[in-house]
Each structure stands twice: as structure tokens, then as C-alpha cells.
Design a protein around this ligand. Structure first.
Ligand SMILES: NC(=O)c1ccc[n+]([C@@H]2O[C@H](COP(=O)([O-])OP(=O)(O)OC[C@H]3O[C@@H](n4cnc5c(N)ncnc54)[C@H](O)[C@@H]3O)[C@@H](O)[C@H]2O)c1
Ligand SMILES: [Zn+2]
Length: 388
């Protein structure tokens, strides 16, 4: 079993990573560890309907067998549950089942369950402990670690929230077996982000991994552990997101704008971040910050992992100006200097606008050239027609 300690003084906690850790929660397994945190007080088990069916119910039973006074709170899957109404429903359930200050919230699910249950734990009786059992790839490598909890309001995503670190995080990569492919790919965008912005070795490992086998490819558990290690180290340095933690937002300024452009309906978060990383890398090259060739290498890796969508950069600037991270007339852009290295560049919105206009023109040229090329080479078009 891999153990990562997030060293945050009195808020320190362990992340345990092992295939079968949760699914095989026997007498000395994960359920006992979770039950031990509550020390006999009640446990609220929060999950969503999909995860409940895919292994949540079994873990709930294991918790009950471990002697915990546990009650289930099962929400509808999806972002629409992560709002103040959802928070209210959790609080009502906590009250009904008698969750006390010594009790525990156990969040088993993707980032939606983790963020909502985490925020409920942060606010219930002014704060109770919570444990995270992430079940989506995104939640394993990103949202379950670091203590950011929040709900959405109509004015924007994650606008009402709190920093509240979990007491324990249990990561079982075996749970990914039931995760839908689209959700797996979305999580891969965050995995590729860690490599591109922070760890060249991870990026190279991803280039050599058998993408077709997905989570079953040899060494994939180690890739998950690497990402968690990178995130844990950054959270230790900058728990409250006032400095270096911003590097984890590589691709996100443009990605958030793309999510917003389509009313959060066309792309998943990870798909939008993948497009955002493409734009950020091309932008960085165009303004002379990113080593030439980086964008092509990053785009090739995204393509290989099935994150193939492309979007023009036009129409994004107004949305970037509205981003909660924009200050005054400038925005902190995370740009790569080379693969594995990123920095924050505070850039006037007017400069971003000019840079994006240049990219839009270059993108138009690229599209025209590739259309002309495929029109001129009929043999290149044939395999595509027959294969798809
Ligand atoms: N707190 C943070 O630091 C942080 C970081 C990144 C993202 N987030 C938040 O995370 C959320 C997105 O998380 P997500 O992508 O996990 O979405 P999600 O929680 O909606 O899960 C995606 C879908 O997969 C299903 N699912 C999850 N695990 C499954 C499994 N093992 N088997 C079968 N189905 C499964 C869910 O039911 C859901 O339908 C967003 O709200 C975002 O704001 C938070
Ligand atoms: Zn993200």
C-alpha cells in the first residue's frame, strides 16, 4: 500500500492508495479505519446513486459491520446536486439521524459528492471531520486532496465554500472499473496537466503508457499516486491557494471560459481543461514564453488519451474578464516554459485579447491548410472513411 502524508500540522492527514482497498473492505480494511475516526459517534455516508450501485452500498455495509452507527444520504448524480439546496438536504438528513460534533461525514463518490459533503462537513455544527473515498479519476487525483469544498450558486461555480481538510483519504484505483469512459478521459486531462505543468517525468511516462488499456494499463496505479503526491506537496506549501497552488490551474483560465461559453453543457470540466491547455500552450509559444514544439507534443498526448476536441480562441476574452481569478484589468495566466515547468504571468486583458486574436488567425490558417491538404490527397482520406 502507498501512503502519502499531507503535512499540515494539526490538520495533517494520510492518503492511502491501493487496488482493492475499499472494494475488499474486510474486517481490518478501510471500513475499520473510517469507523475508528468517529470513535463510536454516528457516521453520515454520502454518495450518489451511480456510485451507490457500483460499490457504495457494499462499502456502507462494511462500515455497518465495522460497528459504526452509519446512515446513508444518497444524492442524484451530477453537478446539479452541488448547490445550496443540496447542502440543505444534507443538513436536514444529518439532523434527522443525529450527527453530533464528534461524528463523521464519509464522502464516497466523484468531485460532486466530495465537494458537497465536504462543505456540509465544514459547516455542520461549525465543522465536523470527514473522510474522502474518491471514485472518479478526477476525484482521486485532484478534488479529494487539498481541502477545497464548495457548492455552486446561479452566479457561478464553487462561489460558496470553505477550506476544510479531510481526516483521511482512501484511494482504490480498482473502483475506476465502473467509471464511464467519458469521465475517465476527463480525469486524464487533470493527470496530463500535472505532467505538463509540474513533472516532466510523469509526462514522459504518460507518453509511453498504453492508452487503450486505460486504468488497467500497467503502472496506472503508480501514475495516480504520482499525481496525488504532486498535489499533496503543493497543498503543503500553499494550503490557502495564495501562491504556488495556482500552478494547478494550468489550462483552467481558458478552460473555464470554454465551459461558460457553452453554458457548462457541451463539455465536461476535463474536456474543457484539455482544450484550455492546448490554447495556453499555443499562446505561450506565440508570445515567446513556451519552448517551441511544446504545444505539438502536448496536443499529441491529449489526442492519444482521447481528448481530441478543439475550439477556436475567439469570443473567450469577455468570459476570461469575468473569471473569479481575474483582478482589475489583468489575469494571472499559467503558462508553460517547457514541458514539466510552469509559471504565473500576470497579463493585462488587452494583451491576452491581442494574443488570442493572433491564435484565432493562426488556427484559421491551420484549418484552411489541412482542408487543402486532405482535398489534395485522396488516399489520405480513404482510411478515415473506412475506419469510422
Ligand atoms: N475540491 C477541489 O479541489 C476540486 C478540484 C477539481 C474539481 N472539483 C469539482 O469536482 C466536480 C467534478 O467531479 P467529477 O468529475 O468526479 O464529477 P462527478 O462527481 O459528477 O462524477 C462524474 C460521474 O461519474 C459517476 N461516477 C463517479 N465514480 C464512479 C464509479 N466509480 N463508477 C461509476 N460511476 C461513477 C458519477 O455518478 C457522475 O455521474 C466539479 O463539481 C468540480 O468543481 C473540485
Ligand atoms: Zn480542474
Amino acid at each position: 500500500m502507498e501512503k502519502i502524508l499531507v503535512k499540515l500540522g494539526c490538520r495533517a492527514y494520510e492518503i492511502l492508495i491501493e487496488k482493492g482497498l475499499v472494494a475488499g473492505a474486510g474486517p481490518f480494511g478501510a471500513a475499520v479505519r473510517v469507523a475508528a475516526i468517529a470513535e463510536g459517534a454516528r457516521i453520515a455516508f454520502v454518495s450518489d446513486e451511480n456510485v451507490w450501485a457500483a460499490g457504495g452500498a457494499a462499502f456502507f455495509e462494511a462500515l455497518a459491520r465495522a460497528g459504526a452507527g452509519v446512515f446513508p444520504v444518497i444524492i442524484k448524480p451530477g453537478e446539479a446536486s452541488k448547490n445550496l439546496g443540496g447542502l440543505g438536504r444534507l443538513a436536514d438528513a444529518f439532523a434527522e439521524f443525529g450527527l453530533t460534533r464528534g461524528g463523521l461525514v464519509c464522502a464516497m463518490g466523484g468531485g460532486v459528492v466530495g465537494d458537497l459533503a465536504g462543505f456540509a462537513a465544514a459547516t455542520w455544527m461549525r465543522g465536523v471531520c470527514y473522510a474522502q473515498i474518491p471514485t472518479s479519476l478526477l476525484a482521486m487525483v485532484d478534488s479529494s486532496v487539498g481541502g477545497k469544498t464548495a457548492v455552486d450558486i446561479p452566479a457561478g461555480k464553487n462561489l460558496v465554500g470553505a477550506f476544510h481538510q479531510p481526516s483521511l483519504v482512501l484511494v482504490d484505483p480498482g473502483l475506476l472499473a465502473t467509471l464511464p469512459t467519458r469521465e475517465f478521459r476527463s480525469g486524464m486531462a487533470e493527470v496530463i496537466k500535472y505532467g505538463a505543468a509540474l513533472r516532466m517525468g510523469l509526462f514522459e511516462r504518460l507518453e509511453k503508457t498504453d492508452c487503450a488499456a486505460g486504468a488497467s494499463s500497467p503502472g496506472f496505479d503508480g501514475i495516480i499516486a504520482d499525481c496525488i503526491g504532486i498535489k499533496a506537496a503543493i497543498v503543503e506549501e500553499d494550503e490557502l491557494d495564495k501562491g504556488r497552488r495556482a500552478l494547478l490551474n494550468f489550462g483552467h483560465t481558458f478552460g473555464h471560459a470554454i465551459e461558460a461559453k457553452y453554458g457548462f453543457a457541451k463539455y465536461t470540466h476535463g474536456e474543457a481543461v484539455a482544450i484550455g491547455m492546448r490554447i495556453a500552450a499555443r499562446y505561450g509559444e506565440a508570445v515567446g514564453i513556451t519552448e517551441p514544439g511544446t504545444a505539438a507534443r502536448l496536443c499529441a498526448l491529449l489526442d492519444a488519451w482521447g481528448l481530441t476536441a478543439e475550439e477556436g480562441a475567439d469570443g473567450l476574452i469577455e468570459l476570461i474578464g469575468k473569471d473569479k481569478k481575474a483582478k482589475g484589468n489583468a489575469v494571472g495566466l499559467i503558462l508553460l516554459t517547457r514541458i514539466g515547468e510552469a509559471a504565473i504571468f500576470r497579463t493585462p486583458l488587452a494583451d491576452v485579447e491581442a494574443g488570442l486574436a493572433g491564435l484565432a488567425a493562426a488556427g484559421q490558417r491551420r484549418r484552411t491548410e489541412s482542408a487543402a491538404e486532405s482535398a489534395g490527397t485522396p488516399e489520405a482520406a480513404a482510411p478515415m472513411d473506412s475506419a469510422r
